[in-house]
Design a protein around this ligand. Structure first.
Ligand code: FAD
Length: 420
């Protein structure tokens, strides 16, 4: 179905979760099949128009002005092959839809913290999931990719494209579907411990020390969140500056987390055994559309002195609301997959992301300054559009990716989230 600026449903089709700089296309193709994607790409080619693709719109906020938007939300079937432990996912499926399809078989995908994310954009950008340290990036476990390239041809990714699309984002065509591996993880031991930073200032250092002792099947993150003093926020954490330690452990975990419990009484505790299908409860991120800016760095270490600066620079005294999200990396993330892909900086030990309102550029820089000596790169998925992609990849990977981009989109008509 094609929508124009005067059609009913135009705004609904173009607006996603991220409301900063939304798309303003002349035409929207709300696709429901690969054939419709082909038709949309051909329309853009024949009329020499720019085009962009949007699934759930959590991406980094890079609006397309004019041209064609391919909105994939209605193209979202998930088909599970329980015997092979794989799933075929169509372009617009969210992780929620994948989780619902795989749960009856006790199988789990390598989904991220928030089930509302589009599974394909997340995976094209690498995909740092809840079980990342045990299994690696989501893009390390993709079996097959189908796409429509800018010449309007529907194809299965050949070895070059297959390498590039797993980590190189949406730069080479419109992906219509991917086959992913599933894992035998019906339940997790996980949830979050919410500590009041004012009461337990040692929480950051203790989490840091603990991450250096845990086995690879423990994946965790620490977020610093200033919570407003309003009704939807649970009463025990309302109005507080919270250090939220989020845990996903693929074994019994009570003993493993004893050093964290020894920090003291958390203001709120949601940790326990839970079905993998409910893993969105672990980080429990808000699901209302928002306008935000996000800047990420990959670190070789979590410097204790720099860590100590965070509550002061990003906490309640900061000039604007600011969330810090740190994830513990390593484990399987450090290993190249059997079929190599474009993901860089596998030696990173932690990822640190600063999230502010759109006007937070200066504050983000100030917060990240003490981390400069340990910064070795950036993750594709957690950054605003406009970053220098040379920081995301190894130099030879960047060269190979840009050459493929020139080959598949010589006129640069496809506007990707992170443009190569
Ligand atoms: C609350 C929140 C939690 C997050 N948690 C995680 C996490 O745990 N791990 C992680 O790795 N990332 C995480 N992210 C980042 C997220 O994975 C990326 O922003 C991802 O792109 C979002 O997917 P989407 O469907 O919302 O993307 P969209 O905004 O719909 O698309 C993003 C971009 O992907 C490309 N694209 C989309 N569909 C296609 C297609 N079919 N073919 C080709 N290109 C396409 C386009 O370039 C598009 O601009 C999180 C983001 C948010 C806001």
């Amino acid at each position: 179905m094609m929508l124009t600026k005067t059609s009913n449903g135009y705004d609904n089709a173009r607006l996603g979760f991220q409301r900063r700089d939304p798309h303003r296309p002349d035409a929207i193709f709300a696709v429901t099949s690969a054939a419709e994607v082909e038709e949309a790409v051909r329309y853009a080619t024949e009329h020499d128009l720019h085009l962009a693709v949007q699934a759930s719109g959590h991406g980094p906020g890079r609006g397309l002005d004019g041209g064609v938007l391919i909105a994939t939300r209605g193209f979202h079937q998930v088909t599970v092959d329980a015997e092979q432990r794989t799933a075929w996912i169509e372009a617009g499926a969210t992780w929620r839809e994948v989780l619902d399809a795989t749960a009856p078989y006790g199988l789990a995908p390598l989904s991220g913290s928030f089930p509302g994310l589009g599974a394909i954009p997340y995976t094209l950008g690498g995909g740092l999931g809840l079980m990342a340290r045990r299994f690696g990036y989501a893009a390390d476990h993709v079996r097959r990719i189908e796409l429509v390239t800018l010449d309007g041809v529907r194809r299965t990714a050949d070895p070059d494209l297959f390498w590039a699309l797993r980590g190189g984002g949406g730069n080479f065509g419109v992906v219509t579907g991917i086959e992913i591996e599933l894992f035998d993880v019906p339940t997790l031991y996980g949830g979050s411990l919410y500590f009041d930073v004012a009461e337990h200032p040692q929480v950051l250092q203790i989490w840091r020390q603990w991450t250096q002792t845990v086995p690879d099947h423990v994946t965790s993150g620490l977020s610093l969140v200033p919570l407003p003093d309003i009704q939807p926020v649970p009463e025990p954490i309302r109005g507080k500056y919270i250090a939220q330690i989020s845990l996903a452990i693929t074994s019994e975990g009570e003993d493993l987390i004893k050093p964290l419990r020894a920090i003291g009484e958390p203001a709120m505790d949601t940790v326990g055994e839970l079905p993998y299908a409910e893993s969105g409860k672990i980080f429990n991120e808000p699901d209302r559309p928002d306008s935000f800016s996000s800047r990420n760095v990959l670190l070789s270490d979590l410097d204790p002195a720099a860590l100590q600066t965070l509550p002061k620079l990003a906490g309640p005294e900061a000039p604007m609301r600011c969330v810090i999200a740190i994830r513990h990396l390593g484990g399987a993330l450090a290993h190249e997959p059997a079929v190599p892909n474009a993901i860089g900086h596998r030696d990173a030990a932690y990822s640190l992301t600063v999230i502010t309102p759109p006007e937070g550029d200066e504050l983000q820089r100030e917060i990240l300054a003490p981390w400069q000596p340990a910064t070795i790169g950036r993750l594709f998925n957690f950054n605003d559009a406009g970053i220098d992609l040379r920081e995301v990849y190894e130099p030879e990977t960047f060269t190979r990716l840009t050459a493929l981009r020139r080959q598949y989109d010589p006129a640069r008509r496809l506007q990707a989230n992170h443009q190569l």
